[in-house]
Design a protein around this ligand. Structure first.
Ligand code: PLP
Length: 288
């Protein structure tokens, strides 16, 4: 099934969807976005994605978005695309107005983009079994990484370096030497049997998958703690994990070439991967 776009309520192929050059998303990156995973044609963790989108829109003061209408249009786009295993990309920009830094006055309607595209999980599924390599890079992002904005240049550049190094992600290291998260996924690690991750705040994106994992960790009877970790301590952890909408839960087996733990995916990663699959399956069968 080919990808399908819905731009300001108009369906077309993504290639035919056009925004004017005065769109503030194009000019300033003045926009926020969300990415959801479709399993069997249904949007996983939909409520969590809407909640985060709502927070991002409020934080950057993009007004006039009706999230109920958006949810309806997303479902229409998914149905029309007939895509079952896929990704939904949603973006709102502050709208179209001649270039000036301050907000358009009077305000203009936001630009709304929904794209539904097929997603082949095969290569990532294989990586989830073997584990993946990451590199580390300085975190050059801004002071509001909790907002899911499309200003992603530092993420793009660090991820490209990871790709060139044969790694799947770059973990980002702040000025004090502490790891924050990765370019498009959350980072968790295990020390003395306790799963740990950076504290929620302005330095990281509140990941919807991380949020789910915290629930699964509790249900599995495991312990979780928010704390910080220096880059230099990462390879000495028992396990390191990435989480994200398409990665789901990815064991990390190498950091900058050094093996993590035994150099193989660890037992906690395996338990949480199983719990994740069970959770998706239960939701598909019962909606809960
Ligand atoms: C910087 C960053 N951190 C974490 C995540 C993981 O978030 P989620 O689990 O909601 O996909 C993403 C996802 O794109 C991201 O871009």
């Amino acid at each position: 099934m080919p990808a399908l776009a819905c731009l300001n309520g108009v369906f077309s192929s993504p290639e035919d969807a056009r925004v004017p050059i005065w769109d503030r998303g194009f000019l300033f990156g003045d926009s926020v976005y969300e990415v959801c995973r479709l399993y069997q044609g249904r949007a996983w963790l939909e409520a969590e994605h809407w909640a985060r989108l709502d927070r991002s829109l409020s934080a950057v003061r993009i007004r006039g978005v009706d999230l109920d209408a958006l949810a309806l249009r997303m479902r229409q786009t998914v149905l029309k695309s007939q895509i079952k295993e896929g990704i939904v990309y949603i973006q709102f920009t502050r709208g179209v107005a001649p270039r000036a830094h301050a907000f358009p006055q009077p305000p203009v309607p936001p630009t709304e983009l929904i794209v539904v595209m097929p997603y082949d999980d095969g290569p990532t599924a294989r990586r989830r079994i073997e584990g993946a390599a990451v590199i580390s890079r300085p975190d050059l992002r801004w002071g509001r990484c909790d907002i899911k904005s499309t200003n992603l240049l530092p993420n793009v550049l660090a991820c490209q370096e990871a790709t060139e190094a044969g790694a799947i992600e770059a973990v980002l290291v702040d000025r004090d030497g502490y790891v924050t998260e990765a370019t498009h996924s959350s980072l968790l690690w295990v020390r003395q049997g306790v799963v740990e991750a950076s504290p929620e705040g302005t330095e990281i994106l509140p990941g919807t998958t991380r949020q789910l994992l915290l629930r699964l960790i509790r249900e599995e009877g495991l312990s979780f703690r928010e704390t910080r970790i220096a880059r230099s301590e990462l390879a000495a952890c028992e396990e390191v994990l990435l989480s994200g909408t398409t990665l789901e839960l990815m064991p990390v087996v190498r950091v900058d070439g050094d093996p993590v733990g035994s150099g193989m995916p660890g037992p906690i990663a395996r338990r949480l991967q199983t719990a994740f699959r069970r959770s998706v399956q239960r939701w598909l069968e019962t909606g809960a």
